[in-house]
Design a protein around this ligand. Structure first.
Ligand SMILES: C[S@@+](CC[C@H](N)C(=O)[O-])C[C@H]1O[C@@H](n2cnc3c(N)ncnc32)[C@H](O)[C@@H]1O
Ligand code: SF4
Length: 400
């Protein structure tokens, strides 16, 4: 049988100093190659901030040259799904995957896009492998990952660097153990965590150590979960990892052992606070004790460990006064020399609990660059939301 020709199309927000190709697609390709797949694979990453429709029309020759076309469905890319369908050839097998394909909306998607041959729910690594190798030809694929084949993106040279690339992404695991109602950085279907084998993580890190770059963003939604993270941090210290490392972490499981290692590392720890009011965090299924948060912050300040705190505005039960209390808390607790504050406007994402409770919370959204942001809730009207936006922009707490 001739080799399958597989084309991945994603629409991504390109950053000047980062690799333009999709990191998620790189992980899928690395996984399939670790399993020994024999295919011809091509990737196209369209810049979300360009004229996407024109670019889709221009890639028609590549669609003609391929058998399977995989399209990444996300909140910002879904509006181009119809155009992908219009431009596909009769011979293309079309497959949609990505965060916007979830167990909760799959029936809807099947009805909305009858031309799509396959949908991949959840982590796509194993499902893509099974589809391309004809092991599985179900309309909806939802296969669990075999962890031993995960990773090796840099060792396998899936993502190539050049001198203009200063920041790269890396991951040691996918998914998060918590289930915050607004969050889609986790597996919203089965809440699974899958980890790259430790020896493979170390191999890639040893390689990255010698790259001419400035920063490695670990994209693990919560790095300090499960057992390997301490070992990985220890390894970074041991090999004198020279680049700045950013780690997304949870206040709930910050140990002194971990902080001892962070002190020896060029790192920035990124914590979510969301809101300092425990009633509000509890309402979105987030277990967070401010006593713990305050204790960790005081340790970070004492040890002079760089960190970033992210908040969300527009949450259920959150009023304009709550946001003012958050700002007051920030002024009283953080050291601006080592701490950056970011306020994120709530996005209502497919597959999350909040997505299903929009009506109950009287949530009204507006699209900015295709991303659905909250502009009104039962607790904050549009004028108040605007006021909050202006106030946070003035404080430079909103990243634009
Ligand atoms: C991966 S989390 C941070 C680390 C850690 N997992 C935690 O929750 O503390 C990244 C940040 O993205 C923001 N975020 C996640 N989902 C969001 C949503 N639906 N709308 C707006 N911001 C969101 C939150 O502020 C969150 O802290
Ligand atoms: S916000 Fe953080 S802790 Fe909550 S589910 Fe998402 S990644 Fe996990």
């Amino acid at each position: 049988m001739s080799r399958q020709r597989v084309l991945f199309i994603t629409i991504d927000f390109h950053k000047e100093d980062e690799i333009k190709e999709s990191f998620s697609v790189a992980s899928i390709i690395s996984y399939c190659q670790n399993k020994g797949i024999d295919w011809i694979v091509t990737r196209i990453s369209i810049n979300a901030n360009s004229c996407v429709a024109n670019q889709i029309r221009e890639i028609r020759p590549q669609l003609i040259e391929n058998d399977i076309v995989m399209f990444g469905l996300y909140s910002w890319s879904e509006k181009y799904a119809k155009l992908i369908i219009e431009n596909k050839t009769i011979n293309n097998v079309l497959c949609f995957g990505g965060y916007n394909v979830c167990r909760s909306n799959i029936k809807e998607l099947e009805k909305k896009y009858p031309e799509v041959n396959h949908f991949i729910v959840g982590y796509a690594e194993e499902s893509v492998y099974q589809l391309v190798t004809n092991i599985n030809s179900n309309k909806v694929l939802n296969n669990g990952i075999d962890e031993k084949y995960l990773g090796g993106i840099y060792g396998n040279k899936i993502l190539e660097l050049n001198d203009s690339i200063r920041t790269i992404r890396f991951f040691t695991k996918l998914g998060c153990f918590y289930q915050c109602d607004y969050c889609a950085h986790r597996d919203v279907n089965k809440n699974l965590i899958v980890s790259i084998p430790l020896d493979k993580v170390k191999l890639d890190l040893a390689l990255i150590k010698n790259y001419n770059i400035d920063k490695v963003n670990f994209i693990d939604p919560t790095f300090n979960l499960q057992e390997n993270y301490l070992e990985i941090t220890k390894y970074l210290v041991e090999i004198c990892f020279p680049h700045l490392v950013s780690l997304q972490v949870s206040f709930n499981s910050i140990s002194d052992d971990f902080l001892d290692l962070c002190e020896k590392l060029n790192c920035v720890l990124e914590f979510g606070v969301q809101d300092i009011n425990e009633m509000i965090t509890e309402k979105v299924n987030r277990r967070q004790k401010m006593e713990t948060v305050n204790l960790v912050i005081s340790k970070l300040n004492k040890r002079k460990i760089k960190h970033e705190l992210s908040f969300i505005f527009g949450l259920p039960y959150q009023t304009i006064e709550h946001v003012e209390e958050d700002i007051k808390w920030v002024n009283e607790h953080i050291d601006p020399k080592i701490c950056k504050i970011v306020f994120n406007r709530l996005m209502i994402l497919q597959g999350t609990t909040l997505y299903n409770r929009k009506e109950e919370f009287l949530i009204i959204e507006e699209e900015v660059d295709g991303i659905p942001f909250v502009k009104e809730t039962k607790w904050m009207n549009q004028q108040e939301m605007c006021k909050v936006l202006v106030r946070l922009k003035d404080l430079k707490y909103i990243v634009e």
